[in-house]
Every structure is written in C-alpha cells, then in structure tokens.
Design a protein around this ligand. Structure first.
Ligand code: SF4
Length: 695
C-alpha cells in the first residue's frame, strides 16, 4: 500500500517541506509539499534527488579503520564500540602529550545541528580549535555589515521595491525560493542591476549588467560611494542624524580617482554613474549580496562598503528596502552557535585558535592556520582532528598542501556519508546518517520549524550529532547521549519535545510585521549608536576604519588571464558527483571562456583545457564557450572530484578541483581570514593526453 510521509529536506538551510510517497516495494517518490508557505511545493534539482543519496550503493554503512598507507583505500570494518573507544583514547592521549588545543574539530556547511554540537565537544575538550567554512562563506558578509550597521540586513523585497542590485549572487541557482518575491517586484516595475562577471539569470533579465573584473568589487563600491558624495545624492537628513564619520568618509574619498577605480573594474564611469543614480534615486532599493563577496582577502571591507551604500541611500528599514532581522529562533543550536557555548571560553582564550583572524568576533581557527600548525608545529602542534560533514581536500585552499598537512597528523577521524578524498586520508571513518534516516527538527527559511520524519535506516549509520556526543562521552567529558534530551534541549524555546512536534508537524514562526525605522527609538547597535561609516572598532583594532581598495593579485606575462568560479545548481559544493541523475545533467567539470580566447589557444568546445596559476598548480576542465564573458576572464567549476575513480589518486581530487589553484597566502589585509578565490591570475592551454572520468 502506498504511504505518504510528510517530512523536510535537510540538504540545505532552506528546509523545504516534502511529501514522500513510499510504495509497496519500498520505493520512494519525492514531491514538494504545496502547503509549504515558502516553496509552494517547488524543489531544487538536488532536493529532488535526495533519496538517491540515501539509497546509494556506495554509502558508508559501518565504521572503518585504516590498515594501509593513508589514502590507499585499505580498510577493515570495526564496531561502533571499537571505533568510539579508539577515537576517545587517541584524542585523550594527544591532548595529554601535546596540549588541549592539539586536537581540532571541523564542520562543513550548515548540516543540521552539528556546528553547535561540535562546539560543545570542543568546549568540553577545552580546545579552542573549532573550525568552519565561514571565512569564505557568510562571515565577511555578516561581520562587514554588522560592524557598519549593527546588524546584517535582509532584503524586504515587495512591490514597493523600486530597484534591486544583485551583487555576486545568483538566486536562481542557489536560493530559488526568493525568486517569487523578486519576480513580483520586477512585475511591479523594479529596475534590476546585476553585478557579476558572468551573464547569469539575473544579468540576462536585468536593466543593467556590469560584467566587472572578478575580484574588483571594492573598487566598484568605492567608486559608487564617491559618486554619491560628490554629486550630493545621499540622504542628507539620515546621514546627519544617524551616521557617524561622514566627514572622515568625505575626506577619504576626496583623493580617489574615479577613472582609476573604473579601470580596475573595467567598467565605464558612465555606466557606474548610471547605476548609482538608479539605485540612489529609487524610492526604495535593495542590494542583495552573495557568496562571491565572501571570497577574497578584502571581502570584509567589500561588505562594509556595501553597507555604507545602503546607509547613504537611506534604504535602511524602509518598506521595500533593507530590513532589520526580526523575531526569535524557535530552536536552539540550529546554526551557527548558541551564544552560551561561545562564551564558555573567554574571547582572549578563543583568539589563541590557530590562524584566528583580526576580527575577534570570528574566533574560529582558519584552514590556513590549521595547516601551518600541522606542518610546522607553529604556533603549537596540531596532531589530531575530527572532521564532520565536510571535505577539506576540495574546500580548503591549496589542495596539495591540505594532503601534506593531513599526512603529518597522528590521528584523523572523518564522519561522512560517502568515501571522499578527505575520508581517504583518515585513520577512522564513521558512517553518518543522511537527514532521511532519523527523526529530528528542520528549520524553514521563514524561521518555522518542522518535524523531520525518518524514512528508513541505512546500515549502521548514525546522525552526526549523536556521533559527536558519543565521542565526547567516551572521552569522559560529555554525558551519555539521549535522543529525547537532545531534541528537548533544541526545542526548549517552544517548550515541547520531539513527540509533541511530531503530533503538530510544524510550528510557524511568529514573523512580526516588518518593523520600519526602529533606529528612531533604539539607534544602531554600534559603539556610536549610529551607522559607522568610520568604524571606531576597526580603528581600535588597527584595521582600516574606512574601506581602502587594494588591487587584486597582479596579472603577469605568464599569467595574463583571470579565473573565477561559481556554484553549480546540480551539486552542493563537492557533494553529489556520485548521483547518476545529477551527473547525467552535469557530467564534467567545465571551464567557460569567450570563443575568441579559446581559438587563440587552439581550444574548441569539448576540448580539455589546462588552467594554471603556478607551475605546480594546474587543473583540467572541459571547455565551453560563452561569448558573454570578458575576453580575459574564465569561469571554472569548483569542488570537483571523481567518486568513480575510487582510490586512484584520491578519487582524482587534484585533477579538476579549483582549490588546487588557490593558496593559503591571504596577504596582510584579510581582516577575517578569507583567501584569494575570485580573479586568480592564470593561463590556459590545450591539455594533451588528459582524460576526465565520468560515471
Ligand atoms: S533548496 Fe535546499 S532544502 Fe530545498 S530542496 Fe533544494 S537542497 Fe533541499
């Protein structure tokens, strides 16, 4: 008999509601749940194939212990008891020998409740070395805007929105649920401006498309600020009453040369002036920023400059403009952390994490700091680690260096769904359950919470939050794991347990009507109580108190082109290359370039191009022509590895993976630890005798 299970997709933080049909042969069909007020029943391609992840024949189903050389794929299966006991023993011994901070804990993209759970374990183990991906995803945007406005604004897009700037973002590919409001505003006449090196979905439909040089965003933002101030287009009343440091900003932009800034972006002054005018003179306007603006060492200041534009334009907390986040979360520990877990160690102690960047609010270890400590023992040794739901062999900078660093570890544990290049480097690999395999809680994009109904168990896989707790218990530093207690604690803001949530299915967030102009009564949550055009906190930290544009890495005779990257709509970072349905839609890593550039290098569509950023940093991707790209810019895929290659060369992780091209050198102005990703100087040539594998 057919059975319909109402549950949620936990692949990303959108948390789409699902109706899963299970037939008499235990075969599943996924559909979006039309009752979901955010998605209205729509799902992205990845979510539609989430069952394929759960039931994939190569899922890890039992704990594995390495028996041969690292990365050679020789394993024996062991029991959970043995795995957890060995991990606890090794972590305890490492800490006794090398100190508490010698064990690191690393998580990936916001998978369920693992970030907070892993921080709890790190706290219990008294290690400051908790690590996440935020230095190149979310942290620059959050802290750059918070340092300026006191909060990280959302976009209140509705029919009153007259102008939308899409800056380094492609909602069509990465957060499709927001497209409904965007389309609605466009239907009501909103002007759209897209700032992106690629002609994305937004660019195709935009009134203005600015294909800037990748990595030159701060030059563009500073040029816009200059134009607004020189033309006196800013909201004078708002600036006078609610901004701190306007005269300092005026003095700062006075010597800036507009022609130089425009040339850095390779955009005309007229074009920059036009779009600035459209933005500033709109009755209400929003700037939507994306992950691309988290990517280079100047990313924190790029986001500062954009927050300054929001303030100068007077679009803060107005209907159809930038909104202040409202409401209280209905769950604890969803993402990123509970403040009390952060506060368990003092800020001074937390800053001892390796590679900790200058912005103290971002207290975590950085990937470059961890690798240096593994390789050099400086500032102290990192000897063991637990990696949960992330694949540093593709996501950390300089993949070759990642391998060398992991080879120096005494003991590495990876919790994963599949055998990844990172898991191959581990001593013990733990089989993690996918979200379909256990009862839990999912938070929707609107803040509502939903019961996540389990479909079935796969092998001996366990949820990550349980695995982390069991390791902590075996180390003698956390209580025994109890599922009821875990979820009751997560649900404490709504004072129910998981069984009650199951009965209710969902609790809808009480989204208050959008507050407008709250700063009239409460000001801004900054040291001055105003928007800080000049940041007192940054001044105290000896960082640039007003954004300063510094050019990206210079082009050279050997490396005359710029390479940048963008997320695919078919894969979640490095995840999903083993799913046949997804791979059939997007079988190969692909580099896009102008046909004239290809012809110049004797490349035609379908050829394999070598992309080189240094003599020892070369990857290979299939050529696709895109004549909307600048002639000197190429766009390569990120995070590629080839699961079908199994143990061969760590599943081909050095062949096409973008992070082979990157480096751990973040320069001296990376306020938040971001490394160079966009606009790396490179060259291309036709690859000889290189084949790219496919399923
Ligand atoms: S948007 Fe996220 S939650 Fe929704 S279906 Fe896609 S992967 Fe799942």
């Amino acid at each position: 008999m057919n059975n319909v299970i109402t549950t949620t997709c936990g692949l990303c933080s959108t948390g789409c509601r699902l109706s899963v049909l299970c037939n008499e042969h235990n075969q599943y069909t996924i559909k979006g749940d039309k009752r979901d007020p955010v998605t209205h029943g729509a799902l992205c391609t990845k979510g539609l194939h989430a069952i394929d992840i759960m039931l994939h024949p190569e899922r890890l189903t039992q704990p594995l212990k390495r028996t041969g050389e690292r990365g050679k794929g020789q394993w024996i299966t062991i029991s959970w008891q043995q795995a957890i006991d060995e991990i606890a023993l090794q972590f305890n011994q490492t800490q006794k020998t090398y100190g508490d901070d010698s064990v690191f804990f690393s998580y990936g993209y916001s998978k369920d409740f693992i970030n907070t759970q892993l921080l709890k374990l790190a706290n219990a183990a008294n290690s400051v070395n908790i690590h996440g991906p935020e230095t190149v995803c979310w942290a620059p945007s959050k802290y750059g805007k918070e340092y300026t406005l006191g909060y990280n604004p959302s976009a209140d897009i509705n029919q009153q929105t007259d102008c939308i700037i899409f800056w380094g973002v492609n909602k069509h590919n990465t957060r499709f649920t927001e497209m409904r409001a965007i389309n609605h505003a466009i239907e009501h006449g909103a002007t759209t401006i897209c700032i992106d090196p690629q002609q994305t979905h937004h660019a195709k439909k935009a009134n203005y498309w600015l294909p800037l040089v990748p990595g030159s965003d701060l030059a563009l933002a500073m040029a816009m600020i200059k134009i607004i101030i020189v033309q006196q287009w800013y909201d004078a009343a708002f600036v006078a009453d609610y901004c701190y440091g306007f005269s300092a900003l005026q003095s700062h932009i006075q010597p800036l040369d507009l022609a130089y800034l425009a040339n850095e972006c390779q955009l005309s002054i007229d074009m920059i002036t036009d779009i600035t005018q459209q933005y500033i003179h709109a009755k209400s306007a929003v700037i939507i920023t994306g992950n691309a603006l988290d990517h280079n060492p100047d990313s924190f200041q790029v986001n500062r400059a954009i927050a300054i534009l929001m303030a100068l334009s007077g679009n803060l907390e107005v209907q159809g403009g930038q909104s202040k986040p409202q409401g209280k979360a209905l769950v604890n520990g969803r993402w990123p952390y509970d403040p009390q877990d952060v506060d368990q160690l003092s800020p001074t102690i937390r800053q001892q994490s390796v590679g900790s960047p200058p912005i103290p609010e971002y207290f975590r270890a950085t990937s470059q700091g961890l690798m240096d400590a593994m390789l050099t023992g400086q500032p102290y040794s990192i000897k063991a680690g637990l990696i949960v739901g992330t694949n540093p062999m593709t996501s950390w900078p300089d993949s070759n260096k990642v391998k060398q660093a992991f080879e120096q570890l005494d003991f590495l544990v990876v919790s994963e769904l599949f055998m990844t290049p990172t898991a191959m480097m581990a001593d013990i690999v733990l089989p993690a359950a996918s979200f379909f395999e256990y009862a839990g809680v999912t938070q929707g994009q609107d803040g509502s919470i939903h019961y996540q109904a389990p479909l079935q168990q796969v092998g001996d896989a366990k949820p990550d939050h349980q695995i982390i707790a069991e390791i902590g218990h075996a180390m003698g530093i956390m209580p025994v794991y109890n599922d009821n207690d875990f979820w009751r604690s997560a649900l404490s803001p709504v004072d129910i347990d998981l069984i009650q949530l199951k009965a209710q299915t969902s609790i809808v967030a009480d989204v208050e009507k959008q507050q407008t102009l709250s700063y009239l009564s409460v000001g801004f949550d900054t040291p001055s109580g105003k928007v800080e055009l000049y940041s007192q906190k940054l001044h105290a930290l000896k960082l640039d108190p007003i954004p300063v544009y510094r050019p990206n890495l210079p082009l050279t005779e050997c490396y005359p082109l710029r390479v940048t990257t963008a997320k695919s709509r078919y894969y979640m970072f490095s995840h999903g290359r083993q799913i046949t349905a997804l791979r059939n839609k997007y079988p190969f890593p692909t580099v896009k370039m102008h046909s004239k550039l290809g012809q110049k290098h004797s490349l035609k569509e379908g050829d394999i191009a070598a992309i080189e950023t240094a003599p020892d940093k070369i990857i290979y991707q299939k050529v696709k022509f895109d004549d909307q790209l600048r002639i000197d810019t190429i766009v390569a895929d990120l995070s590629w590895w080839f699961p079908e290659m199994k143990n061969k060369q760590l599943s081909g992780v050095f062949k096409s993976n973008y992070n082979v091209l990157t480096s751990t050198d973040v320069g001296v102005h990376s306020d938040i630890g971001s490394f160079y990703i966009n606009g790396l100087p490179c060259c291309i040539y036709k690859a000889i005798n290189i084949e790219l594998s496919t399923l």
